[in-house]
Design a protein. Structure first.
Length: 296
């Protein structure tokens, strides 16, 4: 198989079209089209469905892209490592991370990483949706309580838990009374189940304010407009300072953050270095470590 033609195919597949790939690589569009056609002829396979305006991978094309893209990347990384003596971390690293973790921690993590590895071009995309790592070109994704995926492996690096918190000036509801609730997004929830030293307890709530991020929820709860359910790492300093009080731990599974990467790829030096960065920042993976990291 012609490796150069294979590299051109992965370039076109990654950019989603011959024109975009040609502009990105500074190569003639006709050359890329010809080399992909030659690859298809040599394999006796159609790798793309060509429409008037849309270019889509066939099933065979997608399978080849997923495997060849990773292999070519590894070959490039190996060559670069050999050329640099094998001890330098370099190249492009693309990471997808959830909104809250990005807001409170990724800026500091990313800055520390590029200061340590100045030859890495780090790109962090913030989103809570589940991304397709191969198709969208991510090297590492950070996810909260991810569903099992046979195509991904990784490690849990942080644990957190939800607590119900409120301003000390806000009275805790009793005898069937309700309390104004500050929520992330929209919800028709009318009660929160919490664990306290006295046992499980139900707090009746009335949805009062819906906000799009937990940082906004925390700020609104600090202002005293209602109670909220928040990660303990996000409010631990407020609790210690007496700005907020805890009404109990939310009766729900812990929040676990995972760093994930594709099983079919060898672990690149860049991904390995960023995993080391996470381990150094959160050696035990506790909420207190994250709270200290945020405050530091």
């Amino acid at each position: 198989m012609d490796l150069l033609a294979l590299a051109d195919f992965t370039l076109v597949a990654r950019h989603g079209g011959f024109g975009k790939a040609a502009r990105a690589a500074g190569r003639p569009k006709a050359t890329l089209s010809r080399r992909v056609a030659e690859l298809e002829a040599s394999l006796n396979l159609r790798l793309f469905e060509r429409g008037a305006r849309v270019l889509k991978l066939t099933e065979e094309g997608r399978a080849l892209f997923e495997r060849a893209g990773a292999l070519l990347t590894e070959l490039e990384e190996t060559a670069a490592a050999i050329a640099s003596g094998g001890d330098r971390v370099r190249g492009r690293l693309r990471i997808s991370a959830p909104l809250l973790f990005s807001q409170i921690a990724m800026g500091k993590l990313a800055a520390g990483f590029v200061l340590k590895h100045p030859e890495v071009r780090l790109e962090v995309t913030t989103e809570d949706r589940t991304v397709d790592m191969i198709e969208e070109g991510f090297d590492l994704v950070i996810r909260v309580n991810p569903d099992p995926d046979e195509g991904l492996v990784g490690r849990a690096f942080l644990h957190d838990r939800l607590v119900v918190v409120a301003s000390p000036d806000l009275a805790r509801p009793t005898d069937g009374m309700t309390v104004p609730a500050v929520l992330r997004g929209r919800s028709d929830c009318t009660a929160w189940l919490v664990r306290t030293p006295a046992g499980r307890e139900t707090i009746e709530v009335e949805p009062f304010l819906g906000l799009s991020s937990l940082v906004m929820v925390r700020d609104a709860v600090r202002a005293g407009v209602g109670a909220g359910r928040l990660p303990v790492s996000l409010v631990s300093h407020d609790l210690a300072a007496g700005r907020l009080i805890s009404w109990g731990d939310v009766d729900a599974p812990d929040i676990v953050l995972w760093a994930l990467y594709p099983t079919r790829r060898l672990l690149s030096a860049r991904v390995s270095a960023f995993l080391d960065q996470l381990k150094q920042a959160f050696p035990d993976g506790t909420p207190d470590e994250l709270a200290s990291f945020i405050a530091g």
